[in-house]
Structure formats: C-alpha cells, structure tokens
Design a binder for this molecule. Sequence first.
Ligand code: NAI
Ligand code: MG
Length: 379
Amino acid sequence: RLHRIACIPGDGIGVDITDAAIRVLTTLSSTLGGFEFDFTTFDWSSDNYLSRGYYMPSDGLSQLRAFDAIYFGAVGSPAVPDHISLWSLILPIRKALNQYVNVRPTRMLQGVKSPLGECATEDLDWVIVRENSEGEYSGQGGVSHEDTAHAVATEVSVFTQVGIERIMRFAFETAKGRPRKKLTMVTKSNAQRHGKFPHLIPTEESVLGGFFLVAHGGLGMVLWDKVFYEVAKDYPDVEIDKMLVDAMTVRMVLHPKTLDTIVATNLHADILSDLAAALSGSIGIAPSSNLDPTRANPSMFEPIHGSAPDIAGKGIANPVGAFWSAAEMVRWVGEEKAADGLMKAIENVTARGVKTKDLGGSEDTKGVTDAVCQEIEDL
Ligand code: NAI
Ligand code: MG
C-alpha cells in the first residue's frame, strides 16, 4: 500500500519537527512493512513569500488535492504579519479542502507531568472537536476610515445551520465512540447572542464618533446551542452538558476528570486546546487533525503549536506533538496497527524520561527522534 503525503514544513520549528516526523514515519514503514509513504515537500515558507510574493502558487490547492494526506509543520515568521501568513496558507487550505473538523485529543502521556500536580492518565483524557470552517474565522468583516482617529474594524462571526449541524454530528459520533460517552458543548451564547445578521444600524450618538455603523445584535452562538440540542435527540446514549467558555477554563483546571469530549467554535476551541495541551504537560505534545470527513479531499495533520520563533533553529523543539499528529495521519490513511505502534513508541520514550526541556527533560529534538525510531525498531 502506497500513501502519498504532501509535506508543508512552513517556518521556524515547523521545519525541524516535519523533518523529524518524516524520519519517524519512514522508520515505521520500513520496520513494520506492508505499506510505504511517498513524501513530496512543498517549500511554501515565509522566506519564500518574502522573496517571491506568495506562499502557495496559484495552483497550490489543486496540487494538494492529488495527495492522500497533508502533513503540516507551522507557519509564521516575525518578518511577516501573522494575519497575512495564516490567511495565505493554513486557513485557505482548511477551507478549500473542506476540512471542517479539527480534532485535538489531549491526554496524560506516561512519564509526563501536569502543572496541575498529581494527574493520572484517566484524570485528563479529552478530545476537543473544533469547528474548523466558519464562526469567528470566517474571514468576514472590514475596516472603514482606516488610519484615522475614527477607524472601525469588524470581524464578523458567521454560523450556519449546515456548518453547526455537521460539526455537532461529528462531535456526537466521537463522544459515542469513547468509553464515557460524554459531550460538553462550549459557547459564549449569553453575550454573543443571536442577532439579525448583518443587522447594522447607523447612529448619530455612537461613541465611535457619530457617523459610523454599529453592529446591533451579535453573533450566532444561540443558533449553535439550538442545533446542539436538536442533534442531541439522535444520540440519547450520549450524556451532554453545556458550558460558557470562561467558566470552562476554570473547570478544565479544577475538575479535569469531569470532561471527556468537548465541542466548541473555531476561536474558543483554538484557545481551549492550547490550555488543554499545557495542562497535559506542554503545547509541544498536542496533535491536531484537520479532517474532511467526506474524504473527498485530503485531510491535514499538524501539531497545534506554531512556529515558535523564540526557539527556532536551536534544535530543541519538542517533536512529540508532530509524532502524535503523524500517528493520527497514519490512522486516517488506514494503517491502524502502525498508528498504534507509533503511539506506543512515543509513550515508551516519554515514560523512559527521554524528553525535551519543555517537559522537564534534557534531550533535544534529535535525541527524542532517535529514541522514538529505536522504540519503533524494538516494537
Ligand atoms: P507557538 O505555539 O509558536 O509558541 C508558544 C510558546 O510555546 C513559545 O514559547 C514556544 O517556544 C513554545 N513551543 C511551541 N511549540 C513548542 C515545541 N514543539 N517544543 C517546545 N516549545 C514549544 O505560538 P506563538 O508564539 O503565539 O506563535 C508563533 C508563530 O506561529 C506566530 O507567527 C503564529 O501566528 C504562528 N502560529 C501558527 C500556527 C499554525 O501554523 N498552525 C498555530 C499557532 C501559531
Ligand atoms: Mg492555536
């Protein structure tokens, strides 16, 4: 079985961890046999943007469509404004390839300590299901009177019935497939209420200066709540509850054991998954899968962290999130046994205390990668 993988290392530590992931995946296929990876690397970095003027070439998305899966490092450079790099590369790929689900599992790995103190494997074992196509990252909005004292900028969250329903179904299916069958839904629907969109009213008294439009009403998170309860009717065996995002951060820290599967909007899940990663040891270990569940397009796998310019080029990035993401990719392309083997190898290595500095260890990226490759060979 041949799996064609598009690799986009991107910037900063994205390059180091993608190299490490390719090494581990190559070791995995040659050791276990029965399948092979054919990697094609796309150099769509910020450096190239600065020299050529673009990240992806104009046919970039159609090039990606020819692959079975995409492996992504990270994008972002101090030399390019972050909204340009994200909106030139990662966000267009997620949207164009219909990757409307972002799955972010978090659990305590053997040998890893939580900043919460004593935290056994069963105390923190979550899957965050992030809506990945709309909401706060819809790309709708604009700025008027830019560069004046009266500038007004809007970033409009768009929630659609179709968009909410499909993420809810995925989240319920995920919860149903896990032992505890528990789903917690997160919004901020008390404040980000359902308004008539786009309901903008001109105002003379506006604090914004007297002649601008102000948004009246709000975002569509009440619709999100409504669809959640509608879809819940099809899953009577899944236990549900609802949280506001601010209280959710507290619950994650104080009562981690009460949570299992979590579904949240694009922005909220983005924030909660960084917190989840930190609580489980480090942002450097957390994986993510950008999935097109219809499988009409390739899905994309990447650690949740960014390009970490503060440690880029030092060879000390934690590659565990990259390996875990690679394991999710291996599972998605149908190599279940190899995915389990890779996870076991990763966990054997952390259990032995072979860890990077962010996890309290003293190894570098190469040291951890060598150890994981060795574990794979010893499986
Ligand atoms: P970041 O995740 O890159 O770094 C946050 C902190 O965590 C830094 O102190 C970093 O050193 C540490 N860290 C991250 N990954 C690590 C790893 N594997 N091992 C050890 N330490 C690790 O987030 P930040 O600093 O907010 O963003 C840096 C750049 O990355 C920005 O340009 C941002 O836009 C971009 N970014 C890109 C993402 C993507 O490509 N999907 C996601 C998040 C941020
Ligand atoms: Mg993030």
